[in-house]
Write a protein that binds this ligand. Sequence first.
Ligand code: GLY
Ligand code: MN
Ligand code: MN
Length: 424
Amino acid sequence: MPIFENHVLESRRKRAAGVFGDDPPTVLFSSGKPVQIPGGQDQTYPFVPYPEYYWLTGSRRWGGVLAFDPQDGWTHFVRPVSPNERLWEGGGEEVEGEDVAGLQSWLEQRPGRPVAVIGAAVDNVKNDDQRAKALQVSIDGVRRRKDAAEIALIERAAAATAAGHARAREAIRPGVSERRIRVEMEAEMFRQGADGVAFDTIVGAGTHAAVLHFEPGARTVKPDDLVLIDAGAAIAGYAADVTRTYPAGDRFTPRQQAIYDLVLAAQLEAVSTCRRDVEWHEVHRAAARVIALGLCDLGILKGEPDEVLESGAVSLFLPHGVGHMVGLGVRDVGGRAAGREVSVYCGIRMRLDLPLEEGFLMTVEPGVYFVPALLDDSERRERYAGMVDWDALEPWRPVGGVRIEDNVLITAAEPRILTSEIPK
Ligand code: GLY
Ligand code: MN
Ligand code: MN
């Protein structure tokens, strides 16, 4: 069964060709090649095709090129399955198309026309960098809006992720290791249909929760720890990305609960802001504002909340953007609106700076963390000297950190949370 039906691919190709401009170049969408593991002889890292190629062909096979000619339209060149491949790997997916060995002569039949390559470099092809860069921006613009076939895959990944979180929640208790929780989480995601993990599963107990992408280890959960789990199933390259923070036992300590309540309020506020035409940095600001006010109420930050927010003092505790695009991979598309270079809001350099459109799928994942590397940094302590009550802050450090993350689809009306069945 193909991953995407023909009519889906045709519609994507039509939308892509629609942004190639009046005098398009020859365009090559290239899948790429596997990367060798250093010292690994014939071993390679798991192959991930360039997303534009996969999106337009439904093939995750390496070595393919989808070519576009302004007169003749689309030709898919594929790497034929070799006998050796059948022996070692079982043949993989059979993909219809021309043998990629014919690409050179196809190009030679189109002399003098510039070639723009999107994805991996293609051997013996001179890429027109400028045109390729401009085309990449246009294709990104098309690909940001998820179609129904993509949403269906992401919903399946979200369901497997939900099952994983439910199993992980059951597995958490004092004495269990972070690694064991990861194993339980991932095993359940695979049982429920995942064919991979969208990224290395993060499990951080206690102060490990203050490391944003903590790799779970042998440390066991203590009775007063909280446990932050950030994980996602992948299905056919489509991803969910969900963080929940759980107590080790039945309930949080009062300080953990205060931070949890604050992050949850920030997350709910940010999610409700996720509407068509709203700037993404406004979603970040909405979360950061709730956190700035809350940390002022708790006596950790002090001064005018607006100043705490805009000066960036709040970024001592919320040191990352509120989220990112997710879907085809855990970091989908991204980018900035035309003319925007550097986008710093509330002390954070945002990697995505665009107004939201219908069909965008965003993670919304504010957090509050007590990160020694930030709180003990002399330059930051000086910069924010008057806005932090450094003594009041001390007893909060053992909380570690809390993050809550959902995957939110922008619609014509209310935001739709694809991960809403995971309790928080
Ligand atoms: N899973 C990494 C992140 O939350 O972006
Ligand atoms: Mn995440
Ligand atoms: Mn994320």
